[in-house]
Design a protein around this ligand. Structure first.
Ligand code: PMP
Length: 394
């Protein structure tokens, strides 16, 4: 059989990281892979996670299987963090997943079981794993305009124009906050307009929320998702704990389905559980248990929230500093968008040649589409990046 396998395309981000590691320059800067890094370049285990792990070691008496949809207490805790009290329990189905990626994959499998003819609408651009999973599952895909190359903000008029082509039963994939790869996000009134359009079209919103707490704060970052859930009868939500709890390798995520009524909640829950059974039986539990312990314990939750705020405000500070450094060097406000963007990423809007120049001449690695991971900077390297951006003629 093996002779029938075809080579897979190289993962561009992984290839860039290898190139970075092989670069002997001491002052090289990694703005590539989407992992949070502190000022020393470390991806720390968060304080509350460490403490929860210590407690768990003391109290955990078994590693026997949990439920097929994971421990319901995890689902309750994380859905509470994301949705607040916008969705009544009898309209909410959920199942724990291996990371946000697992949740996205499972959501799309659910769509395929329900409406295999549905088209999945994704933003242009989006996280490359979205189209890749959609194609892997042989679902139809369409793009809507999202990023305005001129303003480096959201091309909202273009987005609404393209979404006018959505058909009943289609699925519209939206980033809950901190859009990857652009950093440009919808305002709340824009979320409202999108909700109206999706409702009028009879489509289903599918929200990928992987950076709650990295943008404007835990509540503000969930506001768009909550608005959609309040306004529309049904929604799919894929939540990841990789970034905001820093538990990347533990593979911790949750797929939530908001259903129109209690009856469809039951069927949906049974389908989510069935899909887990087919794909991996029981979802990973360690990260989920830590997240649940943190969210349910007042002291741990306060510690976690405080550290998440430090991370968030640290990145915002770097954004302001970089925008200022570029204003000083360019004598213009044209880089102001960097301070407006939210989350870990900003799309600089540089050409592939300029990205290459910045990498070759200055040893600064960003993704080919000019996505920069702001968390890869610190207060000292901001100026180096600003110099390189100006030198490349961006
Ligand atoms: N969605 C988006 C937009 C992401 O950027 C990521 C992480 N890169 C994920 C989902 C999922 O991450 P994970 O599977 O590691 O939880």
């Amino acid at each position: 059989m093996f002779e029938h396998l075809k080579p897979q395309p190289e993962d561009k981000i992984m290839a860039l990281m290898q190139q970075y590691r092989a670069d002997p320059r001491e002052n090289k800067i990694d703005l590539g892979v989407g992992v949070y890094k502190d000022a020393t370049g470390n991806t720390p285990v968060m304080r509350a996670v460490k403490e929860a792990e210590k407690q768990l070691w003391e109290i955990e008496t078994t590693k026997a299987y949990t439920g097929l949809a994971g421990d319901p207490a995890f689902g309750r805790a994380l859905s509470g963090l994301v949705l607040g009290d916008t969705v009544p329990d009898d309209r909410l189905a959920y199942a724990a997943q291996p990371g946000g990626t697992g949740a996205i994959h499972q959501a799309l499998e659910l769509v395929k079981m329900a409406t295999p003819e549905a088209t999945i609408w994704v933003s242009a651009p989006t996280w490359p794993n979205h189209p890749s999973i959609i194609r892997h599952l042989k679902l139809a895909i369409a793009e809507y305009r999202y990023f305005d190359d001129e303003t480096r903000g959201v091309d909202f008029a273009g987005m609404m124009e393209d979404l006018a082509g959505v058909k009943p039963g289609d699925v519209v994939l939206l980033h809950g906050c901190c859009h990857n790869p652009t950093g440009a996000n919808l305002t709340l009134p824009q979320w409202d307009e999108v909700a109206t359009l999706i409702g009028e079209k009879g489509a289903t919103p599918f929200i990928d929320i992987a950076y709650q707490g990295f943008g404007d704060g835990l509540e503000a970052d969930a506001a768009g998702t909550r608005l959609i859930c309040e306004r529309l009868p049904g929604a799919l939500i894929a939540a990841s704990c990789s970034k905001n709890f820093g538990v990347y390798r533990e593979r911790t995520g949750l797929l939530m389905a908001v259903t129109p009524d209690a009856k469809s909640r039951g069927v949906t829950q049974a389908n989510l559980t069935h899909l887990n059974r087919q794909n991996f039986s029981f979802p990973p539990d360690h990260g989920a248990r830590l997240v649940m312990m943190i969210l349910e314990n007042e002291a741990l939750r306060a510690e976690w929230t405080a550290e998440l705020e430090e991370i968030r405000t640290g990145m915002l500070g770097l954004r302001t500093q970089l925008a200022e450094a570029l204003r000083a060097r360019s004598g213009s406000d044209r880089f102001g968008f960097i301070a407006q963007h939210r989350g870990m990423f900003s799309r600089l809007g540089a050409t592939p040649e300029q990205v290459e120049h910045i990498r070759e001449k200055h040893g600064i690695y960003m993704i080919g589409d000019s996505r920069m991971n702001i968390a890869g900077l610190n207060s000292k390297t901001v100026d180096l990046l600003a110099d390189a951006i100006i030198d490349a003629g961006v």
